[in-house]
Design a protein around this ligand. Structure first.
Ligand SMILES: Cc1cc2nc3c(=O)[nH]c(=O)nc-3n(C[C@H](O)[C@H](O)[C@H](O)COP(=O)(O)O)c2cc1C
Length: 214
């Protein structure tokens, strides 16, 4: 049979409970206070990345107004999460796809791909990843130009089956010691281009000039 709790023990437990509750409240308050700033930072980074994958393409529409989260089987299969259309007047000049893959060494990698209306890669940026610093983080454009090898390429040049790393018989360089990361990104880009082949035309419809009126 256990001994009854002494008054000291009860007091100790009460103090401990109060400290834990105080700490939890502090964390919650800090999180609440920081959340808008975190959201704004995430949005600013996404906007900068979108601008980066469009390279020198000129456009005059508000990209955020074109954001769509496609929900088709093709989009799900390709990991396409979000799309934006850049226009000059009513003419579409580029498409941006946000895609993700779970094939990274440490799980999910989120990428942005800018494409011309002909499906040529304008640029690729990594939005999020958890690959190993110093080994798998070559997919950050601030660390290496590895993603630059995809610029100017499209499905067909090279052919779909060559959208793999050289180790797997494809056309693209990997990074020795980090082939898993390179393979994941190359595969995700191949799937994005296959998706573009299927649904790109529908996404790139010219804007309705009536709808564009304020
Ligand atoms: C601690 C640790 C972290 C690693 N991080 C990565 C990584 O971020 N990306 C990656 O592709 N491989 C990483 N690897 C290596 C993979 O296990 C695998 O060996 C490698 O991707 C194969 O590429 P290779 O055939 O060019 O050597 C890591 C290995 C260890 C032990």
């Amino acid at each position: 049979m256990s001994a009854p709790a002494t008054p000291e023990l009860r007091r100790g437990l009460l103090v401990l409970g109060a400290v834990a509750a105080g700490a939890a409240a502090l964390v919650a308050l800090t999180w609440q206070a920081a959340a808008p700033r975190i959201d704004a930072n995430v949005a600013a980074r996404a906007e900068a990345a979108i601008a980066a994958v469009l390279g020198s393409v000129a456009f005059d529409n508000r990209l955020s107004a074109t954001a769509q989260a496609p929900d088709s089987p093709a989009a799900r299969q390709a990991g396409v999460e979000q799309t934006w259309v850049a226009r000059q007047g009513t003419t579409p000049v580029a498409l941006v796809l946000q895609i993700s893959t779970a094939d990274g060494y440490s799980g999910r990698i989120v990428l942005l791909v800018g494409l011309t209306p002909a499906g040529e890669v304008l640029g690729v940026e990594t939005l999020a990843h958890r690959e190993t610093p110093g080994l798998g983080d070559f997919i950050e454009t601030t660390r290496s130009d590895w993603l630059g090898q995809f610029r100017g390429r499209r499905l067909g040049a090279p052919p779909a089956e060559a959208w793999r790393v050289q180790r797997d018989g494809g056309a693209f360089d990997a990074v020795t010691g980090a082939t898993v990361t390179a393979r994941a990104v190359t595969g995700a880009l191949r799937r994005a281009l296959v998706y573009f082949d299927t649904e790109g035309e529908a996404l790139l419809q010219p804007a309705d000039p009536q709808a564009a009126q304020p």
